[in-house]
Write a protein that binds this ligand. Structure first.
Ligand code: SF4
Length: 200
């Protein structure tokens, strides 16, 4: 039996948007290697990336009063589709009056070839950025980014810029993917950057 691809899905009390499977990393812990779906989703593998109009139509099938927040997440990195993200965010804020969060690997500026934080600051109520490691070499071991060791310093700069412009910033690591000492070090990095820290 084929499983229908999922663009929107409920996870906890939030509505999640899955609009791309593209990502510059191949993290050792990526949930994509463990399961095809999360929450109410069928398969989060997309046969093709949905257009903006297709995503607008998807919202009509949900009672938006059930959610306080809409989250760009997916089985991929949402900033791979920054223009579409901005259009959908506008729709969510002005039609549904919901808070918007982005879950990101923090590599959006490298992906888009420019500093995208000012554009995100106009869109987002909160952002959760995957830190994943305490230094560049370890990040590359764990996340296997196509940006190599340029990835980690770019993420740190991205976090600093978000902290200045986006109301709610959290950085996270995945439990068990690094050692306890490395987790603790990531917590200290988050504290030094003045952002919240979450082990997920
Ligand atoms: S950044 Fe996220 S989507 Fe990309 S490989 Fe890592 S865990 Fe998976």
């Amino acid at each position: 039996m084929s499983v229908q691809m999922t663009i929107l899905y409920r996870y906890g009390g939030s509505l999640y948007i899955n609009m791309t499977n593209r990502c510059p990393n191949q993290c050792t812990f990526c949930v994509r290697t463990l399961t095809d779906g999360l929450g109410t989703a069928g398969s989060l593998w997309l046969d093709k990336e949905p257009t903006v109009d297709e995503m607008y139509r998807e919202f009509h099938s949900w009672n938006m009063n059930d959610f306080d927040e809409v989250v760009f997440c997916g089985y991929g990195e949402p900033t791979e589709r920054l223009d579409e993200l901005k259009k959908i965010e506008d729709h969510i804020h002005w039609k549904y009056h919901k808070n918007v969060r982005l879950n990101t690997n923090g590599l959006g500026s490298l992906i888009n070839g420019r500093d995208i934080v000012p554009e995100l600051a106009e869109c987002l109520d909160s952002i959760s950025i995957s830190l994943n490691a305490p230094n560049a070499a370890r990040y590359q071991e764990v996340c296997r980014s196509r940006f190599g060791e340029d990835a980690y310093p770019a993420i740190i700069e991205f976090i600093k810029a978000c902290k200045e412009t986006i109301p709610d910033v959290t950085v996270s690591v995945v439990s068990g993917s690094i050692t306890q000492a490395e987790e603790d070090e990531c917590g200290r990095i988050a504290e030094s950057l003045g952002v919240r820290y979450r082990v997920r």
